[in-house]
Design a protein around this ligand. Structure first.
Ligand code: ATP
Length: 365
């Protein structure tokens, strides 16, 4: 298997820059997800790594070797697409073994490799089935098998589960991660679906308009978003933002607005006292009669064990994840208290997270 590294990778189409200078390393055997909204440059980055697109600038390194100008077929990397382009006239074994046949491998060896691949994917019982008769999930397994059978150095997957329905996607996520743990293949997985990225990846790069906003573990990205974009993109419902006109300097521990003073984590960076945004995840909010932030309940969405209660406050609408057993009435006046050690502060002008005592340096940048 292989380490994949990209250095200052950039791609422009005429005047338009699809990928700004990107830098990241995917260690050997790691599962790396590129996550972001449609059009943010995920596929273009992946195609440059695969050798299907020439970068405008920068380098792609495979195990430390510069492969930037090496053609796709000579990179020994497998690409798995959303659209599983299988050969309908062949059975499953024929489809999986096809790349080896093209390489001129002997029949007996092809047979062994196909059997081994099918065993890993747990589809041995389907080997003689026609692919046109398979379910979407099984077709995706066959497509994966065709990529795996060559034993490539790494897998690049571009929204491979996008064509499946939601329930099946979830099942395939755990299967893909399980498969990854068994074969330990370096994998880069592109998706716009945060649940896919969060449930499978060791490391996630969150992209926005051609730029990488943050690289970190799923937990770092969720708990310590480096920017308001990341905080808003990850989480359902996303992080709440409360805007404060008054700024904070290094060492300060509370923020005041109108007649409200709120304890916040100590600011650990030198900064001009501009407006700031206080970020709080819905599960870090409680109802409390004595809480200083007050508002009226706008709605309540029942989700089984929890409910999402939305409250209109002077700082905007806030969503709180509360136990379903708690009774709340629409229009009721409530107080909201926040777990101050979980608050994230952002600079309102740049949208970047401010370094604070609760999170230190890790995860920012
Ligand atoms: P999606 O999930 O919708 O595929 P993405 O994050 O993968 O989105 P890309 O496909 O990498 O995004 O596209 C990034 C931007 O580059 C888009 O605005 C797209 O229109 C543009 N782009 C991609 N390929 C080309 C091309 N060959 N010529 C011109 N513009 C392109």
């Amino acid at each position: 298997m292989a380490e994949i590294r990209v250095e200052n990778l950039r791609k422009s189409f005429d005047q338009f820059t699809a990928v700004e200078r990107s830098n990241f390393t995917v260690p050997d055997g790691s599962f790396f997800a590129m996550l972001g909204p449609s059009g943010c440059g995920k596929t273009t980055t992946l195609r440059m790594i695969a050798g299907l697109e020439l970068p405008t600038d920068g380098q792609v390194l495979l195990d430390g070797e510069d492969v930037t100008f090496r053609r796709a077929a000579a990179r020994d990397i497998a690409f798995v697409f959303q659209l599983f382009a299988l050969y309908p006239h062949m059975n499953v074994a024929g489809n999986i073994g096809f790349p080896l046949k093209c390489q001129g491998m002997r029949r007996r060896e092809i047979h062994e490799r196909v059997a081994e691949t099918a065993r890993l994917l747990r589809i041995e019982h389907l080997l003689s089935s026609k692919v046109s008769k398979l379910s979407g999930g099984d077709r995706q397994r066959v497509a994966l098998g065709r990529a795996m059978v060559r034993r490539p150095k790494a897998f690049l997957m571009d929204e491979p589960l996008g064509a499946l329905d939601a329930e099946f996607r979830h099942l395939m996520c755990s299967e893909l991660r399980d498969l990854h743990d068994r074969i330990n293949a370096t994998t880069i997985y592109v998706t716009h679906d945060q649940l896919e990225a969060m449930s499978m990846a060791d490391t996630i790069a969150v992209m926005n308009s051609g730029r990488i906003e943050q690289i970190g573990s799923p937990q770092q990205i969720y708990d310590r978003p480096a920017s308001m974009f990341v905080a808003d993109f990850i989480g359902s419902p996303p992080m709440n933002f409360l805007k404060f006109e008054s700024g904070l300097r290094a060492g300060e521990r509370s923020v005041s607005f109108r007649d409200l003073t709120l304890a916040v984590p100590e600011v650990r960076e030198e900064r001009a006292p501009g407006p700031l945004v206080l970020g709080v995840r819905p599960e870090h909010i409680r109802l409390s009669n004595s809480a200083p932030v007050r508002g009226r309940v706008f709605g309540a969405e029942y989700l089984g064990t929890t409910q999402i209660v939305t409250v209109d406050t002077a700082y905007g609408r806030v969503a709180a994840r509360l136990p379903s057993s708690l009774s709340v009435q629409i229009g009721e006046s409530v107080g909201l208290s926040f777990r101050s050690e979980r608050l994230v502060l952002f600079d309102a002008a740049s949208g970047s997270a401010i370094r604070t005592a609760n999170f230190g340096d890790a995860g920012h940048g």
